[in-house]
Every structure is written in structure tokens, then in C-alpha cells.
Write a protein that binds this ligand. Structure first.
Ligand code: HEC
Ligand code: HEC
Length: 157
């Protein structure tokens, strides 16, 4: 028998032993396994609670203190009435973009948003920053999904 075949057979044997071990663990009443919606696949999914954003229209809020260096600032205002960001349309930039922020009295996007992937300075927003809400999130009054003991740094003001 050639060597590769022997190796393949040895691997198959090890795998089947592993499988047998798993089967005996679950059938022996070992690990309790349950899914988030209950173990019955026929159970109807519950629609998630619809929550309203805390923020009102831009211009009425204070910015939210950042809690660690490099944090994308949280969005203090509502965003639910804005058009979705698409390839050709970005309403966020109509206020935060380089050309518009003064007129709109909105904080300007930071310099890091005006640098290309190869480190060149750009006159306008880099495409990697186009989908603002990948990093910046609006605010909801919702309990954390998982308890945690995070205490933010207290940044200089
Ligand atoms: C109509 C103008 C306008 C639009 C559109 C707008 N913003 Fe704002 N944004 C503001 C203003 C003004 C503030 C200052 C806080 C306030 O008054 O709510 C702000 C604050 C912010 C901040 C906080 C900045 C900081 O330094 O803490 C972030 C982040 C932000 N906006 C992101 C967004 C994103 C993402 C979108 C698109 C989904 C968006 N904004 C759309 C005007 C706007
Ligand atoms: C990849 C993550 C990411 C994306 C995408 C992104 N941002 Fe940011 N943004 C940040 C981080 C991080 C900061 C904090 C300052 C910094 O490190 O540049 C920031 C800072 C800001 C600020 C505050 C400016 C300041 O001087 O601190 C505004 C306003 C802002 N972003 C708006 C936007 C808008 C509008 C878009 C979409 C066009 C966007 N950002 C896309 C990560 C992101």
C-alpha cells in the first residue's frame, strides 16, 4: 500500500473515533444543547421589539463623550429619517462632508477619513469610509444583550 493511502486511512480512523465519542456523549444525556428560539424548529420566530432612537434631529444634541482612544464617536442624533447610504447617495456627507459641514454646522469627518488605503491625502472621503454606520451607531434605550463590567477611560475634554 502506498504511503498516502495509509495516511488517509489513518486519518479516517481517527475521525470516526472522534465521531463515535461525540455520539456517545450526547446520547448519554451529556451536554444540554438548546437553540435561542427553543429546540422545536416549528416554533414561530418572535419579531424583535421595535425601539425608537433616543436622539432627535441633528442640531439639538451634545456630542457623546468617547470612552476609549480610537473609538468611532457615537451618533447622538436620530438617523431613522435619513435615506439609506447607497453607492451613489450618502446623506451623512451632506452635513459632515468636507464641503458642507460649515454651512450645516455639523462636526466635520476626521482627517483619517480623508486618507487612501495607500496613505495618500485625499480631497474627499475615502471609499473605505463610505458606509458610515459600519463604525458610527445611533442610540437606543436598550439593556445590554450580555452583562459586562466595561468602565470607559475618561478622556481629556
Ligand atoms: C442634517 C445634518 C446631519 C445629517 C444628515 C447627519 N448628521 Fe451627524 N451630526 C450633525 C450635527 C449637527 C451633529 C452635532 C450633534 C447634534 O447636534 O446632534 C452631529 C453629530 C454626529 C456625530 C458625533 C460626532 C462627535 O464628534 O461626537 C456622528 C458620529 C455623526 N453625527 C454621524 C452621522 C452619520 C453616520 C450620519 C448619517 C447616517 C449623520 N451623522 C447624518 C448633523 C447631521
Ligand atoms: C472604519 C470606521 C469608520 C467609518 C466607516 C467612518 N468613520 Fe467616522 N470616525 C471613525 C473613528 C475611529 C473616528 C475617531 C477619530 C479618528 O480616529 O479618526 C471617527 C470620527 C468621526 C467624526 C468626528 C470627527 C472628529 O474630529 O473626531 C465624524 C463627524 C465622523 N467620523 C463622521 C463619519 C461619517 C459621516 C462617515 C461616513 C461618510 C464616517 N464617519 C465613516 C471611524 C469611522
Amino acid at each position: 500500500m502506498n504511503r498516502t493511502l495509509v495516511n488517509a486511512m489513518a486519518a479516517a480512523l481517527v475521525a470516526s473515533m472522534g465521531l463515535a465519542a461525540c455520539v456517545s456523549m450526547t446520547s448519554g444525556g451529556g451536554l444540554p444543547v438548546s437553540s435561542l428560539r427553543g429546540s422545536d424548529a416549528a416554533t414561530a420566530d418572535q419579531a424583535p421589539t421595535v425601539r425608537e432612537q433616543i436622539g432627535k434631529r441633528p442640531g439639538l444634541q451634545q456630542t457623546i463623550t468617547r470612552t476609549f482612544v480610537g473609538q468611532p464617536p457615537l451618533i447622538p442624533h436620530a438617523t431613522e429619517n435619513f435615506d439609506e447610504v447607497t453607492l451613489t447617495d450618502n446623506q451623512c456627507l451632506e452635513c459632515h462632508g468636507v464641503q458642507n459641514h460649515e454651512k450645516k454646522k455639523a462636526p466635520r469627518i476626521s482627517d483619517s477619513h480623508l486618507v487612501s488605503a495607500t496613505g495618500q491625502k485625499l480631497a474627499d472621503t475615502d471609499a473605505r469610509r463610505h458606509a458610515c454606520q459600519l463604525c458610527h451607531v445611533p442610540q437606543f434605550d436598550a439593556p445590554p444583550l450580555v452583562d459586562n463590567a466595561f468602565v470607559g477611560a475618561q478622556p481629556r475634554k
